[in-house]
Design a protein around this ligand. Sequence first.
Ligand SMILES: Cc1cc2nc3c(=O)[nH]c(=O)nc-3n(C[C@H](O)[C@H](O)[C@H](O)COP(=O)(O)OP(=O)(O)OC[C@H]3O[C@@H](n4cnc5c(N)ncnc54)[C@H](O)[C@@H]3O)c2cc1C
Length: 375
Amino acid sequence: MTKTKKWDIIIIGGGLAGLTTALHLATNNYKICLIEKNEYPHHKVCGEYVSNEVLPYLQSLNINPFLAGAKKISKFEITDIKGLPLKVNLPLGGFGLSRYAFDSIIFDNLKNKATIIFDTVEKIEFHNTHFSVSTKRKDVLKADFVIGSFGKRSNLDSFLKRDFMKQNSSWLAVKSHFEYDFPEDTVALHNFNGGYCGLSKTETNAVNACYLATFKSFKKYGDIETFQKQELSKNPKLKKFYNKAIPIFKKPLTISQVSFHKKNPVENHIFMIGDSAGLIHPLCGNGMAMAIKSAQIFSELFIKAFQNNHFDRTNLEEAYTSKWQQEFGQRLKTGRHIQRVLLHPFASKVGFSLARAVPSLLPNIIKKTHGSKAV
Ligand SMILES: Cc1cc2nc3c(=O)[nH]c(=O)nc-3n(C[C@H](O)[C@H](O)[C@H](O)COP(=O)(O)OP(=O)(O)OC[C@H]3O[C@@H](n4cnc5c(N)ncnc54)[C@H](O)[C@@H]3O)c2cc1C
């Protein structure tokens, strides 16, 4: 049976970007419908280190990660493929919190303020003044605005024929939680041929290990266990970790075809936020902060545009695109450069030598991929 409803805004995808936008706008009395395909709580492939730059904004929305047990992180260790370390204090610092906990504390805060539907969106159509959104269970919902917060790769990217879907994405990612003796104030990034692995503690004291690798480097080994034993473990730090750490999950979570190609922040009049608008290389440890910050940018522009008696959709689309580029364009570019250097054996060797010789270099690079705390 087909039902018809009307909302101010339909938000598609309830990860950090969608949940935060829904909370911000619902608190400002907009009629919000959030559609998410998975029930909460659920684990996600993610490094689970969050930059402190989002703390003031989260606080303004009544979200306190430390009440959920988040670990304060102030130190960063990076090793080259031989396991030689470089250690620095993080300029802003951050916290360790699983996505299982993080997404669900925002969901708990939101659930009485907005309508939340668990379903998969299959179609979004724009009809001059409004949208219709069709779901797998054959609901058709109508709204004045649609926000796309459906993550790095979704069935909707194919539906919308987005350009990045035509390009090859040769990255895969693996994540799992482990029991392991690891300092809770540290986030580590260990390099290996063809990728890097992040380690940090979460609220349960489990260590989250999440790595990103090129499909080319993985394909030689064919399965996760062999890849970890024979390629990742060439780095002594990872060898020690995979030898001693006790897995908590029955099997690791995996994703493939992770794309870092450019995307448009507005597509077919849909405002894209979070990874739907662009994914920064995970080694920057900043994708979640960008997802939350893009929610803030959109929500503030939207509320301001509505206070203006002469609301104009095109003006809002232009303002959002320009603000998004201004805030994130340089970070994404820097992330792409660092990734290229780290994965090139010679450039990486030179980079590590330089960073050892000039201690201020690494903190400065970190600052370039992060925003300031005053958001
Ligand atoms: C390997 C790896 C490690 C990372 N490590 C870190 C890190 O340590 N720190 C950091 O800050 N960032 C990290 N990131 C980036 C971070 O995970 C993302 O930037 C962040 O999750 C973006 O949030 P989001 O809300 O945009 O997307 P997501 O969290 O992916 O949410 C998208 C949601 O949309 C839903 N959805 C999709 N399609 C539909 C549909 N058709 N209908 C309904 N629902 C739909 C999905 O179920 C999902 O819940 C990492 C990324 C990767 C790949």
